[in-house]
Design a binder for this molecule. Structure first.
Ligand code: SF4
Length: 244
């Protein structure tokens, strides 16, 4: 595994070995490793219900790290306010709003209104996946707040993996992969992190307003995303990955 303080070339990293060695390491050490080893490294955040955890670690490691926020145009006003509140509170100096090529109105003009009802996969492809691919063109790897305990699809999330994005191979890092919901809540309490304004109103997982509803007691946190549909992921975490 590369641990030199000099930033090496991406090809110098033995991904399989890194994934093995970092499994079980503290999340902040995983983040420090990524910052040191991945030449052009960013973090993505939805500024949703659990975002404060990873972002508090980012602030501790390097408040100038680029934090990419996918501003789909469909976020709750509370989420947009939280994006600024959290960035200010944590002292994050490089939050970048990533927007789709088309505004919501332009998308409706071109493809018809309420695409999120008619074909949410296409809507997510236009407003999340393509903008993220474009934003990641400037980076060699990125970290996300994905956790194994969130959904069956995420249950085998590696701590470090290669990820194919739009024909390029990047490194994808998941410092919180092994964290449970209780770990996240404990970290939030310990560090007195501000909650998302909607978290206290029953929203366990928060994405675009048209595709998010509050969850009932006992329901899975992500049950409120695309409720009533087979869809469980927007697509930004569905790229092909390889690790140990
Ligand atoms: S979550 Fe819903 S509104 Fe947001 S991009 Fe996907 S389909 Fe569109």
């Amino acid at each position: 595994m590369v641990t030199d303080t000099l930033v090496p070339a991406l090809s110098d990293i033995d991904v399989e070995e890194a994934a093995h060695e970092l499994e079980g390491a503290p999340a902040i050490d995983i983040l420090r490793w990524a910052r040191a080893c991945i030449p052009r490294f960013a973090v993505t955040s939805s500024f949703g219900a659990d975002a404060a955890t990873l972002l508090s670690l980012v602030a501790e490691v390097d408040a100038d790290l680029p934090v990419l926020f996918l501003d789909t145009g469909f976020h709750f006003a509370e989420s947009l306010a939280y994006r600024h509140l959290l960035a200010n509170r944590l002292g994050l100096r490089n939050v970048i709003d990533v927007r789709p090529d088309l505004t919501v109105a332009q998308q409706a003009d071109r493809y018809g209104p309420a695409m999120y009802l008619r074909d949410p996969d296409v809507c997510c492809a236009l407003r999340k996946v393509a903008p993220l691919d474009e934003a990641l063109e400037g980076y060699d790897g990125w970290a996300t707040g994905v956790r194994r305990s969130q959904t069956p699809d995420r249950a085998s999330t590696p701590v470090v993996a290669t990820a194919d994005r739009d024909g390029r191979t990047l490194l994808k890092v998941a410092p919180l992969a092994a964290w449970t919901a209780a770990d996240v809540a404990g970290h939030r309490r310990l560090h007195d992190l501000p909650p998302h304004p909607l978290a206290n109103r029953g929203f366990g997982s928060i994405g675009c307003a048209p595709c998010t509803r509050p969850t009932a007691p006992g329901e899975d946190d992500r049950a409120g995303r695309w409720a009533g549909r087979a869809k469980t992921e927007c697509g930004i975490h569905l790229e092909s990955t390889t690790s140990a």
